[in-house]
Design a protein around this ligand. Structure first.
Ligand code: PAF
Length: 281
């Protein structure tokens, strides 16, 4: 596996791969890799691509400097995990290099940041889109893999990709879960044993909702979910909602929809976790 820091070197690497007839599959990450990330690498490998993983803790997407500081960093371990997963290149740029001669663009997010994560993390999605554009600019992937766990990020990137005619194809990948249902996340490492157990209520609430979706009115369903979450009073729920699959606007009625999304965010101890599930009629 090639370990590359310089943006121009990864651009050359990618150009060489394409000259050799390969397609480039890209998995952008902020490191602290877990099975969920490795699953994206495996998927890109299975799709037959030359695979690049980037590790860059993007300051633009943190609106809380403590969160940025506390974000887990373990580059050596990540490097070994990627090597074992058969990744072809690890791109770990320095902040100064990736943002050289760069002024952030004010992207039109199409209102997709109005809800859910948007209000509690002002500027977050704009920060994500800006760094993904920078990473794409250097890596020039044919395909880029993103997890459905960060549903709103995925939806926004799909929207921006279409609106701004990015040539990269965004490939959504299902959330990987622990045996007890907790969605894998780098943040889980910050939970103590008790919090780790409490955190399982998020997926249990989502699952319960998925069983009754389209059968009972949305407000009843939401009340049911909040009752379930209230069985673990130690967690602080930020939101639980049902949304349109594509626009992410909160729903108060199913109308004749055949699909929707249920989303949740909650503080478990000091850690803010998010999860979501697709609801199908
Ligand atoms: O999902 C993430 O880890 C980050 O938001 C991403 C896409 C790597 C951009 O920094």
């Amino acid at each position: 596996m090639d370990f590359i820091h310089s943006p121009t070197t990864i651009a050359d690497w990618s150009a060489k791969a394409r000259r050799e007839g390969a397609l480039v599959g890209f998995v952008p990450t902020m490191g602290a890799l877990h099975e969920g990330h490795l699953q994206l690498i495996h998927r890109a490998k299975r799709d037959g691509h030359r695979v690049v993983c980037s590790i860059f803790v993007n300051p633009l997407q943190f609106n809380n400097s403590e969160d940025l500081q506390n974000y887990p960093r373990q580059l050596e371990k990540d490097r070994e995990l990627l090597l074992d997963a058969g990744c072809n290149a690890l791109f770990a740029p320095e902040k100064e290099a990736i943002f050289a001669d760069f002024t952030p663009t004010n992207y039109d997010l199409g209102g997709l940041d109005t809800y859910w994560e948007g209000p509690s993390r002002p500027g977050h999605f704009s920060g994500v889109v800006n760094v993904v554009e920078r990473l794409f600019h250097y890596v020039r992937p044919d395909f880029a893999y993103f997890g459905e766990k960060d549903r709103q990020q995925l939806t926004i990137l799909e929207h921006i990709g279409r609106a701004y005619r990015w040539p990269e194809l965004i490939v959504p990948c299902p959330t990987l879960r622990a045996a007890d249902g907790l969605a894998l996340s780098s943040r889980n490492a910050r939970l103590n044993a008790v919090e780790r157990e409490q955190a399982t209520i998020l997926y249990r609430a989502l699952q319960k909702v998925s069983g009754s979706a389209f059968k009972i009115p949305v407000d009843e369903l939401l009340a049911k979910a909040l009752d379930i979450l209230a069985t673990v009073p130690e967690i602080k729920v930020d939101y639980f909602g049902i949304a349109d699959r594509h626009k992410l606007a909160p729903l108060s009625d199913w109308h004749d929809r055949t699909e929707a999304i249920a989303l949740v965010a909650a503080f478990v101890g000091p850690v803010r976790l998010i999860d979501n599930i697709t609801l199908l009629r």
